[in-house]
Design a protein around this ligand. Structure first.
Ligand code: EPZ
Length: 429
């Protein structure tokens, strides 16, 4: 397995970094291509393992897919096999996003239950509840969801669906199902993430009628003609990649980084907390400038559904608080096990006390390099940020395949900001 080796030079990050397209927008949009047999083109798609995994899944379902990053071309193949096998779904939970489009378009689907992952149980009960409200029969058999439209594979019907809690992929799955259901669907208590809003744009480009995507109530009128039109679209920038580089820019005093292509309006909760910690965050056209001009102050953070503080930025921000002055209390309310980066940070000298879903951080003067292990995508990023802060020391972050799922060309981008980082092939796991 590969590792990333970071040498803490003590020098602040300076320069420009360009943000790639949003992974969590590209994934549902790729699945939306199942709603049309035409040739669709996605642009500004990041070169990531999750994109390749989704392409492999679409090919298994019978689509012709050409990944030529930053473009992906998808069209109908010679046949359709509405089945997503465990071997593919276990690699990436977001594969569950084929369920809605398959059952809406082809009347049936057999999709492996995604199973849990490192950060939590990750159930999909809300996805299934919504599909049942739309007339779908759902059976769980030997780890698979067997879904069938009304009357043994007929067309879904519009419904009122109330989510018990905001779920990003749950909202996206039901938007895609409703786009071909008969009549009107109203989704209430929806996730409001920018990636949900982007999917709404795509479905409207494809000829569906979607209103309210990005708010907590979404109205959809299903298209009558049984399939949607293909589309050509450039994906929005990745706000979590942008936030990760914003935090990295602030980890050493003197940091001055222009994050190119970052939309500050999608990162207001993070920017507010970084400013409270003493970091200068300003918008420069389509870019965000981050300047670390003085000491960091500890601030408290509680993760929440968008537009609250993103759970996907919790690990990175916690690493920043490890070198801030004073105490910060960080509460994780979205996932039940998203502090696995803490024991690794403690091995680097961080002072963090875990109490259930809360981490109490006491800032320290210095972090020390160590061999540490990545456990999930965002935890990996927090360990790299800590390695940058460990001046004069070397940190080896192992199992960086987690990182490769969500950060395109990360060594190259960090090099561009003055970070001494290299990939170590075949390092010890
Ligand atoms: C999406 O996951 C993102 N993934 C995650 O990013 C992100 O952390 C998460 O939203 C929260 O913002 C993609 O968009 C591909 P949820 P998702 O459904 O949709 C519970 C990354 O790093 N829940 O919004 O799977 C669930 O257990 C990934 O790119 C149910 O109880 O998350 C969790 O506690 C990690 N029943 C909460 O809701 C359901 O049916 C939010 O989960 C669905 C969810």
């Amino acid at each position: 397995m590969d590792a990333l080796r970071i040498r803490g030079t003590g020098k602040p990050l300076q320069g420009n970094v360009r943000i790639s397209g949003a992974k969590n927008a590209a994934l549902p949009i790729l699945c939306a291509t199942l709603l049309s047999d035409g040739a669709s083109r996605l642009r500004n798609v990041p070169r990531l393992r999750d994109i390749e995994t989704t392409a492999a899944l679409l090919r298994f379902l019978g689509r012709d897919v050409k990944v030529d990053a930053p473009e992906v071309h998808v069209a109908a193949g010679s046949q359709v096999r509405p089945e997503a096998p465990y071997e593919l779904v276990k690699q990436m939970r977001a594969s569950v996003l084929v369920l809605g489009p398959l059952v809406a378009r082809f009347g049936r689907a057999k999709v492996s239950l995604p199973g849990g992952c490192a950060i939590g149980a990750r159930p999909i009960d809300q996805h299934l509840k919504g599909l049942e409200a739309m007339g779908c029969t759902i059976r769980l058999e030997r780890g698979y969801v067997m879904a069938e439209g009304p009357g043994g594979g007929g067309r879904l019907k519009g419904a009122e669906v109330y989510f018990d809690l905001p779920t990003v992929t749950g909202t996206e799955n039901l938007m895609m199902a409703a786009a071909l259901a008969k009549g009107r669907t109203t989704l209430v208590n929806c996730a409001r993430e920018p990636e949900v809003e982007e999917l709404g744009r795509i479905l409207n480009k494809m000829g569906a009628e979607v209103n309210g995507a990005g708010t907590d109530v979404i109205h959809i009128v299903g298209a009558e003609r049984g399939e949607l039109a293909p589309f050509d679209h450039a994906i929005i920038p990745d706000r979590i990649e942008a936030g990760t580089y914003m935090v990295a820019a602030a980890i050493i005093e003197g940091g001055d980084v222009l994050v190119e292509g970052a939309e500050l309006r999608d990162l207001e909760a993070l920017a507010t907390k970084m400013r409270a910690a003493g970091v200068e965050i300003t918008s420069e056209g389509q870019n965000v400038r981050v300047k670390r001009t003085g000491p960091l102050r500890g601030v408290n953070v509680t993760t929440a559904p968008h537009p609250g503080f993103p759970t996907d930025m919790q690990a990175q921000f916690l690493a920043l608080m490890c070198v801030a002055r004073g105490e910060s209390v960080i509460s994780e309310t979205i996932f039940e096990n998203r502090f696995m980066h803490v024991p690794e940070l403690q091995r680097m000298g961080a002072s963090v006390a875990l109490r259930g879903n809360t981490a109490v951080v006491q800032g320290v003067q210095k972090l020390y390099g160590a061999a540490v292990m990545a456990t999930d995508l965002r935890a990996s990023a927090s360990l790299i940020i800590a390695g940058i802060a460990a001046a004069g020391d070397e940190t080896e972050v192992r199992r960086v395949y987690h990182l490769d799922r969500g950060y395109e060309r990360i060594e190259e981008k960090l090099h561009g900001l003055g970070v001494d980082v290299e990939r170590v092939k075949g390092a010890e796991a």
